[in-house]
Design a protein around this ligand. Structure first.
Ligand code: UDP
Ligand code: MG
Length: 338
């Protein structure tokens, strides 16, 4: 009895989901959900993943879904495995790179191809659970633009989870959004978000930050996570240093993109002032006849600070000149027009 009631509410939820909102065009074959899956040598997981996705997406979207595998230059049998899926069900697609460009590139290409009203990303290694997709979409419908998965109970080795905690803590602090898990493969977006996101290099770790700074509403929900069943992780531990460098890039190219002088100028001015105060103190001592300036190594430190500070301010000014010449190309994120 209880089971049937649960099924009924689930059906009603699906109904609402596939109907869309009033001002959305209601062509009957509109794709409701696009799932984008970057993969690199994951042949062993693909068949199982395909079956799971089918069983979740078909009832949820009334068969109005597409799954876009982006094969990031795999050298194993992944592409043929996806071809088999495609033969059985032409909602499964594959975009294949000739070489390995990285997860960010794969996501970027998948995002451009995605036609669905909602876009879900997940890893191909079965660590992310397709059964979480309805929960993510439900959260989007509460008025969010990006819902990120949070691997609350995580099944990865310590060498990965510990640095990852530090990574998430720093990113949260610097970016100003309070998320526990920035780099979860499982995420859901409104279509407009993925069309605006500019993912390249290794920026996939910062998608929530990029979306947040583009004015979108971002949140997270806990999701089930599984240990890797087949194959091995494609990311080594070197990723953390690079990850933090990327965080700098993210900050400069989002928060300070249109006002570089505020970033470089603030640090530069503080450093110059410090150098100035130090030298002023030395000059006062000298005037009072307490000591010769040639006896004070601190003088060199003060001078260095001033030179360094002025350089930083100049870099900021160069940045301003650069942005001014490109100002007409800034892509403002407009919600709607009346
Ligand atoms: N991946 C990719 N290109 C790469 C490396 C990884 O498309 O160059 C894919 C990989 O196949 C998987 C996802 O990105 O679907 C996450 O990778 P992985 O599971 O190795 O990362 P981890 O779970 O260890 O963080
Ligand atoms: Mg994985």
């Amino acid at each position: 009895m209880d089971e049937r009631k649960k099924q009924r509410t689930q059906n009603e939820q699906n109904e609402r989901l596939t109907q869309g909102t009033k001002n959305q065009s209601k062509t009957s074959n509109e794709i409701v959900i696009s799932v984008v899956i970057p993969l690199y040598n994951e042949e062993a997981s693909i068949e199982e993943l395909g079956a799971k996705l089918e069983s979740v997406l078909a009832p949820l979207t009334k068969n109005r879904y597409e799954v876009i595998f982006v094969d990031d230059g795999s050298t194993d049998n992944s592409r043929n495995k996806i071809r088999e899926l495609h033969r059985r069900n032409n909602r499964f697609h594959c975009i294949s790179f000739r070489r390995n460009y990285g997860k960010s590139a794969a996501l970027a290409v998948g995002f451009q191809a995605a036609r669905g009203r909602y876009v879900v990303t997940m890893d191909a290694d079965l660590q992310d659970d397709p059964e979480e997709i309805p929960n993510l979409i439900k959260k989007l419908n509460e008025g969010y633009d990006l819902v990120s998965g949070w691997k609350k109970k995580r099944y990865d080795p310590m060498t990965k989870t510990l640095p990852s905690k530090l990574f998430n803590f720093v990113t949260s602090l610097v970016s100003g959004i309070r998320l526990h898990d920035f780099n979860c493969g499982l995420k859901a977006y409104r279509n407009i978000v993925v069309k605006r996101l500019n993912v390249y290099g290794e920026m996939h770790r910062y998608l929530p930050v990029l979306a947040h700074w583009d004015g979108f509403k971002v949140t997270e929900i806990p999701v089930r996570h599984h240990p890797r069943k087949y194959g091995k992780s494609k990311f080594g531990s070197g990723r953390f240093i690079k990850g933090f460098l990327d965080l700098l890039t993210v900050m400069i190219t989002t928060r300070y993109m249109q006002r570089p002088l505020h970033f470089f100028g603030t640090i530069g001015t503080l450093i110059t002032l410090l150098g100035f105060v130090i030298n002023l103190y030395l000059i006062v001592e000298w005037l009072l006849g307490k000591t010769y300036l040639s006896n004070r190594p601190l003088l060199l430190f003060g001078i260095t600070l001033i030179i360094f500070g002025v350089q930083l301010i100049s870099i900021g000014l160069l940045g301003e000149m650069n942005i001014k010449s490109k100002a007409e190309k800034i892509n403002y994120n407009i919600r709607d027009k009346f």
